[in-house]
Design a protein around this ligand. Structure first.
Ligand SMILES: C[S@@+](CC[C@H](N)C(=O)[O-])C[C@H]1O[C@@H](n2cnc3c(N)ncnc32)[C@H](O)[C@@H]1O
Length: 200
């Protein structure tokens, strides 16, 4: 199931590097998290339009998904995660609140099961470092974005898989993405990148 650390226990996977264990999904929904990273903050940083098609890579149990789906009422949110268990929780949370403008898909961020130029915005919050090959994940995220689309990466120090801004910028350059804007300090930052508009 877990390509990065198959032999580890849920607890060692929680505290070590690799995919966040679904057994601890509830921790990601802890109301205390709202003090540091309220979903509204991420929604603001994403700069969404109500008609946007949005891909949430590594949605987990949907802590941010509810606010994002509400921000794109005439658009669509695609929940994407490696673990079906996370998708099940996220789907339940959204359905319970009457949200219908979403779909779900399981897979690996390194090879997204979506067509080229499909989304206006893709985002990851504390996910990139968990992906076995983050550079490949950025390249594939760029592929599925429409020209002019935005890839937003949020990272928080304390996460065992934290990706520094310098490393992120280097990988994003390799994916052909342009830094549009950075929010927050180095220990809790969001970097928004743009996929260059295609030349006519
Ligand atoms: C730390 S959790 C963060 C979840 C959510 N973004 C949040 O902040 O609440 C990381 C999530 O990324 C997912 N993930 C890790 N590696 C992945 C991969 N290669 N492809 C897709 N999802 C992945 C995990 O299953 C987990 O749900």
């Amino acid at each position: 199931m877990n390509p990065n650390n198959g032999k580890a226990t849920p607890l060692s996977r929680l505290t070590g590097k690799g995919i966040y264990p679904v057994e601890y999904a509830g921790w990601l929904l802890n109301p205390l998290r709202r003090l540091i990273s309220p979903p509204s903050k991420i929604v603001k940083r994403l700069g969404l339009r109500s008609t946007d098609r949005v891909l949430e890579i590594g949605c987990g149990p949907g802590y941010f998904s509810l606010a994002v789906a509400r921000a794109v009422r005439q658009g669509m949110l695609t929940l994407f995660d490696y673990q079906d268990g996370m998708l099940d929780i996220a789907e339940r949370r959204l359905k319970k609140r009457g949200i219908a403008n979403f779909t779900r898909r399981q897979g690996d961020a390194k090879a997204l099961p979506f067509a080229d130029n499909d989304f206006d915005v893709a985002f990851m919050v504390t996910v990139l470092g968990e992906v076995g090959d983050p550079a490949a994940a950025l390249k594939d995220a760029a592929r599925v974005l429409k020209p002019g689309g935005r890839l937003s990466i949020t990272e928080m120090i304390g996460d065992p898989d934290f990706v520094s801004i310098a490393h992120l910028k280097e990988m994003a350059r390799g994916a052909g993405l342009t830094l549009e804007r950075r929010y927050g300090p180095r220990f809790f930052y969001t970097c928004n990148f743009t996929k260059p508009a295609s030349k006519a």
